[in-house]
Ligand binder design. Structure first.
Ligand SMILES: N[C@@H](CCC(=O)N[C@@H](CS)C(=O)NCC(=O)O)C(=O)O
Length: 205
């Protein structure tokens, strides 16, 4: 199994999941700054030019954070990264869809890629501002979901890996003051050996 990742990108969450599972895998860095993801060697693997990508041992290729995380958790039940209860599983999916689709896809993307939302450079700052609003609102929503629990489902799961990567972006990249429960969750995640290994492997510890 091989993970294509970019250091500190959303693929960090998948890296964390692979480390939590603890089975051997390969990790291949993709240099987004140099546009490696638009070159034929990578587009042959993922024509969408995005990380993460998971290539299975039989050659099958899986893209999209939510799909990769769900698949890894499903084929590794001993790691208990998804609940057995089907409603709790759906709840985890609900949270991951929100983090990847809204906080990342709508919020963070506006902050970093305003040109993908409007062709007019004069509008870029307004797009960034809206991205920051969506991103901040996302932390408020996830703080409610977390409540007083240590982890989103009460035990560590793939949903925590999703919240972890956006918290990493918020704190380490944006220097945001995270809401208290989210900051505590982020610190708790960073204290996990699997998370530390993933961060060291990506050079973002
Ligand atoms: N919908 C995709 C989004 C993946 C994504 O946006 N990946 C970013 C890194 S966090 C990327 O590869 N960006 C390169 C680009 O958009 O040029 C998913 O959930 O996996």
């Amino acid at each position: 199994m091989k993970l294509y990742f970019a250091p500190g990108a959303c693929s960090l969450g998948i890296h964390v999941i692979l480390e939590e599972i603890g089975k051997p895998y390969e990790a291949q860095a993709v240099n987004l700054r140099e546009g490696e993801h638009f070159k034929p060697a990578f587009t042959a693997i993922n024509p969408k030019s995005k990380v993460p990508v998971l290539v299975l041992d039989d050659g099958k290729i899986l893209t999209e954070w939510l799909a990769i995380a769900s698949y890894l958790a499903a084929i590794n039940p001993a790691a208990k990264l998804v609940p057995e209860d089907k409603f709790a599983w759906a709840r985890a999916t609900e949270m991951m869809a929100y983090v990847t689709g809204v906080m990342h896809g709508q919020g963070f993307a506006r902050m970093f890629r305003p040109e993908r939302f409007t062709p007019n450079p004069d509008d870029h700052e307004a797009v960034r501002t809206e991205g920051r609003r969506i991103f901040a609102e996302g932390f408020a929503v996830m703080s409610e979901a977390l409540g007083e629990q240590d982890y989103l489902l009460g035990h560590v799961s793939i949903a925590d890996a999703a919240l972890f990567y956006v918290s990493f972006w918020g704190e380490a990249r944006q220097k945001l003051v995270l809401p208290p429960r989210i900051a505590a969750h982020y610190a708790r995640m960073k204290s996990r050996p699997a998370v530390q290994r993933a961060m060291v492997a990506e050079g973002v510890a």
